[in-house]
Design a protein around this ligand. Structure first.
Ligand code: GLU
Length: 291
């Protein structure tokens, strides 16, 4: 029997808060219950916001919580070459295109459409979809702009990608008794596959790393539930084995908002400084302290 592999994959761009604690502890609990392994991955592709100091602080907080994990820790910033190769494959497959529109350009396109009485579509996170107008720029013009140093990101040509997939995609969700969920990548439009200054994005790196690290169980917050549709599409196109998913409840603050790293009051550091114990944190997120 193969051993289940779980992972906790934070981005070291701030301090861990109660929501991360819940996710990390739940991963450990599920790994233990199934005799599985637990890996830690640093999703630190954003070289401006992620720092080694924050990573060290995160690892300290996780140790304080009583977690341990296999080493070496995978740091995405050390694998840009791997992501670049996959991006090149997607470019060769003609499934991504260079997208040159700035935020201001996108806004103008939306205003034009709204002035005509059209409703601009938004993704499940509420962000406006990318106007796919530079899909049709000629190869020559693309090259001219790229050579001229015009900034661009690589975006997925969603229609082509869906066509290539050819069949409806599903993922297995183990939460709430288990069910197969229909993936709806189309709701996200032409998503970014590689950001302006790097050969990757969250979506690309996460599917590559989950596959490379042999992750069998992804346990993460419900805020990423719909994004899993994009991940399933990329896995299918790239021929990667999909893990099963468990999108867990989010820990909300007193006004029902999702916790964020900028809200200091729920960071594990400040709770610890205020005298909270490890078991206190475990109980606070609704889990049972374990030895
Ligand atoms: N790095 C992501 C975050 O910090 C989590 C990604 C995932 O678990 O797939 O929210």
């Amino acid at each position: 029997m193969t051993v289940p592999v779980f992972r906790f994959a934070p981005s070291p761009n701030g301090h861990l808060h109660l929501g991360h604690a819940y996710s990390a502890l739940l991963n450990r609990q599920m790994a233990r219950a199934s005799g599985g392994r637990l890996l830690l991955r640093m999703e630190d592709i954003d070289r401006e916001r992620c720092t080694p100091e924050l990573e060290t602080a995160m690892q300290e907080d996780l140790h304080w919580l009583g977690l341990d994990w296999e080493t070496p820790v995978r740091r995405q910033s050390e694998h840009f070459g791997v992501y670049r190769d996959v991006l090149d494959r997607l470019i060769r497959m003609d499934l991504v295109y260079p997208a040159f529109l700035s935020r201001g350009d996108i806004k103008r396109e939306m205003q034009k459409a709204t002035a005509k009485g059209l409703i601009w579509p938004h993704d499940p996170d509420g962000a406006a979809l990318y106007p796919a107008i530079d899909r049709t720029i000629s190869k020559r013009e693309r090259q001219r702009r790229m050579d001229g140093g015009q900034p661009f990101s690589w975006r997925l040509h969603m229609d082509r990608a869906l066509e290539q997939a050819g069949e409806p995609l599903f993922w297995h969700e183990t939460a709430d008794g288990g069910s197969d969920i229909a993936a709806r990548p189309q709701d996200w439009g032409d998503v970014i596959i590689a950001r302006k200054d790097m050969p990757t994005s969250y979506h690309l790196s996460v599917v590559i790393d989950d596959a490379l690290q042999g992750i069998s169980h992804v346990v993460r917050g419900r805020d990423l539930f719909h994004a899993t549709g994009i991940h399933r599409l990329l896995q299918h196109i790239l021929g990667l084995q999909p893990p099963v998913y468990n999108h867990h409840r989010l820990i909300l603050d007193h006004d029902g908002q999702k916790l964020s790293k900028s809200r200091r009051d729920t960071s594990l550091r400040s709770l610890r400084a205020a005298g909270m114990t490890r078991d206190g944190v475990v109980s606070l997120v609704g889990l049972t302290p374990q030895p």
